[in-house]
Design a protein around this ligand. Structure first.
Ligand code: SF4
Ligand code: SF3
Length: 551
């Protein structure tokens, strides 16, 4: 079955995956994801109009978020589960239509007759549905609307997927804002419109960035409200003797529930990948059996999970095809799915994970302890803002480098290690997301007692960097672009796209982006991004450092 997907950085030949995804996504899964996104647009066409006259339905709102998050790279590879979501989407689209029509009846207005995704009917049979999904593919749309229009539509779609991830995490912790849902519906309704202008598309890309900032803010309030403000914490990156569970992904609630359910069972819990920042939250670090962090970034998981002598739980992206050696002891939760892998449902009953951990050998010995520091979110950094400001004024801190974003398999990503290593000793490095595994175990020393490497958290914590930059700009009575601060981002999946749009919405200029530019950004769109925002591709670490420090 043919497919076309260019939503992530590792897309085949830098152009698009056409037979099977570099990530492992097959044609059927790709087509079903396209169908799901199409139907979600149909739901939002009704929900947007209903919201405009004051009617909403939380089930519809939450489904749209879940469906968008499901289609992020390395989240859901299971055609059966995707089919289930598609069938639910059809039923919720009907509910959204009824909501809109009864709201119109109450308001005394006539409902619009909607077409396109609002009335598109999926086939009943899975194979036929996948075949039908090919009609919706990017290449078919490009033939009608051209590459620039479709590229910008996809930029917005990917930004929405990333923002949906934040919104979903916030929702899980009980934080929601109807305005956020209304903007999702409005954006998806816009994406369903025929022949949009390039100006409108660019406008919606920035509005998606605004939505993303709002989503991040909600998530920050949700995380810190539930678990307290992250505080600087030394995290062991070495094994402790005993039975073990490894928790990966980004979901704090899953980790909390698992910690509760494993208490007193003689099982040590380790974080993996983007769960590392969890060690800094007071309400999570209080569990003594949360003993450390294991392994590196997502792309090393097949080797590392193979060696991990316990159970593994994937709470969100990034899952890779499990090896046979650990197929029976890896589990998914939330929106993650892999065919044949046991999925823990919404009740968060982690019994199968615990049983698998108890059945596995566990670590036989304690390793000599080595630790790294985490927990420099906005609250901790702004707590020493006076010290930082004095150090900048005294010339002890020359420049800040935000080296953040995703990791991935490409060899060009060594750039980020080299850059961090070559940043001069009188400069600070702020970091977030999983790209930091390229350098977070190196010793960078400190400046006047402040560690030179400040780990601000997950990709989901980009809000912390925004808050710190805004506070510094306020202290120096200048704009963020006038600060001695440079952003060097690495991207892989769509949460990085939403962070980029958030930064553009905030007017941040001269971002360096790598290891390659997105395939969906066409030359014409890139020209606009360069002219308006000074976005630039990374060069070599030395060239970029020289240019940044000479500016
Ligand atoms: Fe290819 Fe990335 Fe799409 Fe996977 S998510 S199919 S690797 S472009
Ligand atoms: Fe990483 Fe998948 Fe993007 Fe959260 S875990 S940043 S890639």
């Amino acid at each position: 079955m043919s497919m076309f997907c260019y939503q992530c950085e590792e897309t085949a030949k830098g152009l698009g995956c056409t037979t099977v995804g570099v990530c492992g996504k097959d044609g059927t899964t790709a087509a079903l994801q396209d169908v799901l996104i199409h139907l979600v647009k149909g739901i939002s066409m009704y929900a947007h109009r209903a919201a405009q006259i004051g009617a909403r339905n939380p089930e519809i709102d939450e489904f749209v978020i879940e469906a968008l998050f499901t289609t992020i790279t390395n989240v859901n590879f299971d055609p059966q589960r995707l089919e289930g979501l598609i069938r639910r989407a059809v039923s919720l689209r009907q509910q959204a239509k009824s909501l809109y029509e009864s709201a119109c009846a109450q308001a005394g207005s006539a409902p619009e007759e909607l077409t396109g995704p609002a009335i598109w009917q999926p086939e009943d049979d899975l194979d036929a549905l996948a075949y039908q999904g090919q009609e919706l593919s990017i290449t078919v749309r490009q033939a009608v609307d051209g590459e620039d229009v479709v590229g910008l539509q996809e930029l917005i779609t990917y930004g929405l997927k990333g923002a949906a991830a934040y919104t979903d995490h916030a929702l899980i912790l009980g934080k929601l804002d109807p305005k956020v849902f209304a903007t999702f519906h409005a954006a998806l309704d816009f994406l369903a419109q025929k022949r949009p202008s390039l100006d409108d598309l660019l406008g919606w890309a920035l509005k998606t960035g605004e939505l993303s900032v709002h989503g991040m803010e909600l998530l920050d309030a949700a995380n810190t409200g539930a678990y307290g403000h992250p505080e600087p914490t030394a995290v062991p990156v070495t094994a402790v003797k005993g039975k073990a569970i490894l928790v990966s992904g980004h979901d704090l609630k899953d980790l909390e529930e698992l910690l509760k359910q494993t208490e007193g069972k003689g099982i040590n819990v380790y974080t993996h990948g983007e769960m590392l920042p969890c060690h800094a939250y007071p309400e999570l670090k209080k569990y003594k059996h949360l003993v450390g962090n294991y392994g590196g970034a997502w792309q090393d998981q097949r080797q590392e999970f193979d060696k991990f002598p316990g159970a593994i739980l994937m709470t969100t992206n990034c899952i890779q095809k499990p090896k046979d050696s650990y197929y029976g002891r890896i589990f998914t939760s939330g929106v993650v799915a892999w065919p044949g892998v046991t999925h823990v449902g919404r009740d968060r009953d982690f019994t199968p994970v615990i049983e698998a951990a108890l059945a596995a050998s566990g670590f036989e010995d304690d390793e000599p302890e080595k630790t790294i520091m985490v927990g420099f979110g906005h609250h901790a950094v702004l707590g020493v803002a006076d010290k930082i400001i004095d150090a900048i004024k005294a010339g002890a801190i020359r420049h800040f480098f935000l080296i953040g974003g995703c990791d991935g398999r490409k060899s060009g990503r060594n750039y980020y290690t080299e850059l961090a290593e070559q940043v001069p000793d009188d400069c600070m490095i702020l970091t977030l997301a999983c790209g930091k595994y390229r350098f977070n175990k190196l010793d960078f020393g400190d400046i006047g007692g402040i560690p030179r490497l400040l780990d601000m958290g997950q990709c989901n914590d980009a809000y912390s960097a925004i808050k710190v930059a805004s506070a510094l700009a306020e202290a120096f009575e200048c704009g963020v672009n006038d600060l001695p601060l440079s952003l060097v981002l690495s991207w892989y999946e769509q949460k990085a796209v939403t962070v980029l749009l958030a930064l553009l919405h905030l007017g941040i200029k001269n971002i360096r982006l790598g290891p390659s530019l997105p395939a969906f950004v066409t030359p014409n769109v890139l020209k606009v991004l360069v002219e308006k925002f000074g976005i630039q591709p990374i060069k070599t670490a030395q060239e970029d450092l020289d240019a940044i420090l000479a500016a």
